[in-house]
Design a protein around this ligand. Structure first.
Ligand code: NFM
Length: 229
C-alpha cells in the first residue's frame, strides 16, 4: 500500500539530490540573495519565453490525453486551467521583455533550451501514456513553484524589480495548483502498470535534469546555442 504521499512522494525522496539541484540552483539562490547578474537574468527571461511557447502545445497534449483516458473529468478541467494561465503568462513575458528592453524576436535558442523543447515534443507523441505526461507536467510546474517560492521566503533579498517574477510562480495559488497536479499524477500512477510507472519515473528525472541545464544556461555565454530559423 503506497504511503499517503503516493508514488511521487517516494520519487521525491529517492531523487532528492536531483530535485534540490533543480529547485535550489545557484541562479535561483542568486535571485533570492539579490546578487543575480542582471544580464544573466535577461538571458534567462528571453530563453524562458521561447520555452513557454513550446510548453503550451505540450500542456494541450496532456489535456487531450486526459480527455481520452482519465476516469475523472476534473483532470481535464485542472489542465485547462493551467493552459489558460499560460495565455496571461505569454503576455507577462512580453511586458517584462519590453520593461527590460529585451528583443524577444530573433533570440538565439540556447542548446539546453532546444534539448528541453525536443524532450517536450517527445512526450507529445500519442503513444506516450497519460500517466507519464501528467507526471512530467506536474514536475515542470513544481520546479518553478518551489524555486521561486524559496526566493520569496522571509529574509530574502530579492531586488524590487525581480519581485514580480518571483511572485509569478512562487505564489500560494500556483502552489495549490501544483499540489492538485501532483494528486492527479499520483492517482494515475496508482492505477498504472509497473512498466508505465517506470517510464513516468524516468520522465520525472529527465525533467529535473533539463531544468538544471536550463538554469545553468543563464550562467554560460550564448556560445552553446544554435540558430532556429
Ligand atoms: C524552463 C521552465 N520550466 C518550468 C516553467 C514553469 N511553467 C510555465 O511557466 C517555465 N516557465 N520554464
Amino acid at each position: 500500500m503506497e504511503e499517503k504521499s503516493g508514488m511521487i512522494g517516494k520519487w521525491l525522496k529517492k531523487h532528492l539530490h536531483l530535485y534540490v539541484a533543480a529547485t535550489r540552483h545557484n541562479f535561483v539562490l542568486s535571485i533570492r540573495d539579490g546578487s543575480v547578474d542582471l544580464s544573466n537574468f535577461k538571458k534567462w527571461l528571453a530563453q524562458d519565453y521561447i520555452f513557454v511557447r513550446e510548453f503550451v502545445p505540450f500542456v494541450a497534449s496532456v489535456m487531450i490525453k486526459a480527455s481520452k483516458t482519465s476516469d475523472d473529468k476534473n483532470d481535464m478541467e485542472a489542465i485547462l486551467g493551467g493552459l489558460t494561465s499560460l495565455n496571461d503568462e505569454i503576455d507577462w513575458f512580453k511586458q517584462e521583455a519590453s520593461k527590460w528592453s529585451i528583443p524577444l524576436s530573433g533570440t538565439i535558442v540556447h542548446k539546453a533550451n532546444e534539448n528541453y523543447c525536443m524532450f517536450l515534443s517527445s512526450l507529445m507523441l500519442p503513444e506516450v501514456e497519460y500517466a507519464v505526461a501528467i507526471t512530467a507536467f506536474w514536475a515542470i510546474e513544481a520546479v518553478y513553484q518551489e524555486s521561486f517560492a524559496h526566493c520569496l521566503e522571509e529574509d530574502n533579498k530579492v531586488s524590487q524589480e525581480l519581485q514580480e517574477t518571483c511572485k509569478r510562480w512562487g505564489n500560494e495559488k500556483f502552489g495549490h495548483y501544483c499540489r492538485s497536479l501532483q494528486n492527479i499524477a499520483n492517482r494515475c500512477l496508482e492505477k498504472a502498470p509497473d512498466h508505465v510507472c517506470a517510464r513516468a519515473e524516468v520522465a520525472f528525472q529527465r525533467v529535473l535534469e533539463h531544468e538544471v541545464e536550463f538554469w545553468n544556461m543563464s550562467h554560460e555565454g550564448v556560445g552553446k546555442s544554435i540558430d532556429i530559423v
